[in-house]
Each structure stands twice: as structure tokens, then as C-alpha cells.
Design a protein around this ligand. Sequence first.
Ligand code: SF4
Length: 246
Amino acid sequence: MVLIQYPIYPDVPMPTAFLDRLGDIFNAMDREYTRAAEHYQFQCDGCMDNCCLTRFYHHTHLEFYYLRMGFENLGSRKKSEILLKAEKVCRETAKADEKEIPVRVMCPLNDDSLCSLYPYRPMICRMHGIPHELQKPGQNLIHGPGCGTFDDRCATKPYYKFDRTPFYLEMAKLENEFKQVAGLNGRIKMTIAEMIKSIGQGAERKAHSAWCMVQRTEGRGQSTEGRWLMPGLRCQPSRWSEKRPV
Ligand code: SF4
């Protein structure tokens, strides 16, 4: 299986119909998670062992696009803030990997214990925390544990069968359908920070192309991100400035 690793550039149209269907699956997941949480009377209200510090990888193109849809709805200041954080997380993670040491860095979307893109978060962020079951085809049933806080608060309560299987199956089916239509193969392997960085690079590339078009026709121009480049400078996004050339 081909594994598409960072970066992928998202300057292609949003697969809206597929994202609507993914939204329905996410809603069903949230409902089942809420049922399980109510059964255990478990509430995630933040903890030292914060799951947003965990280096989760996400594997579907559609989750990437879903996150991108949410990111694009944010204001430009918030986007820049998140992008800076994502770049920092990627740098810190790469440094730790080089030294072969474990790393726990806060997700760039975590803003004072709240998720900046909560309605758009990927599957694992929706399902984490409560013990679950998963039946992969041709394999033994997997029993996954709850998080540390769950164990502290709810380990002695009667078991609730929280089965992730139908959601995994539906997501896999939808992702395969999307890949066929989009002519993609393989799966991605990206953290949230890598996704955000890639989305930012895609936006910058798109803005840069728009700027180049204006530059060609008018001699100088404004990018779609509101940044400027002095005429005569070689077109490179890193040379853009907030200041309009005179
Ligand atoms: S996407 Fe949101 S819920 Fe998921 S790790 Fe990041 S901040 Fe936490």
C-alpha cells in the first residue's frame, strides 16, 4: 500500500458531497460516544494526561479535507496563529525524532483546553477516552482501553459495549469511494500539525499564483492573502511583506 506522507497540497476543490457524508458518520459517532459517556457518567474536562498531547496519526484524505474545511472558515488572524503553532510543533517533533527521543507536544488546535476546530476534528479525537471494541475483518476482537482519567473515575462501573467497528467500516467505504473518484491511491499518515502546515502551504501557494497573475498584468500586485512583494524581486512567498510596495 502506498503511504502518502506530508506534504500534500490542498489547492484543489473541496469534495463537498463526500464531506457531507463524512459529517453524517461523525454525527453518528458523536451520538454513540455520548451514549457511552452517559452510561459511565464520564465527562472529559481536561487532565494532565491530555490526549491533545498525544501524537496521533490520521490516515484518510477525507479527514484532511474536513479539517481544511473548518480551517478555511476561521478568520485570518486565527489561521496565522494556528499555522505558526503547527510549524513549531513540526519543528519540535522533527528535532526529537532526529535525537530518537519521545516527544509530547500540544496539538496546535488546542487553545486553552478548547479545540479550535472542534466540529471538524478527526475520528480519533471523537472516540478517544472510553474503552471500546473493534472487529477487524478476519482478526480477533480487539478490546481497547479507556484513557487514564477514565480508569481513575469509571473503571469499576458496569461495562458498556462501545463498538467502533461500524464507524471504521463506514469511513473506510467512503474513503475508498472518494479515492476512486479522485484517482488517488494509498493513504495519508499525518498529525494535525502536519495537516495544518500542509493546508497553510497550499493556501500560500494558491495566493502566490494569484499574485503572480496580477504581477504579470500590472507590474506589481496584492496577493489574495493581502501581502505584497516589491516589483523585480523573484517570486517567493517568504519574500512577501505586509507593507505595500511604493
Ligand atoms: S484536533 Fe482538537 S481534539 Fe484533536 S488533538 Fe487537536 S485540539 Fe485535541
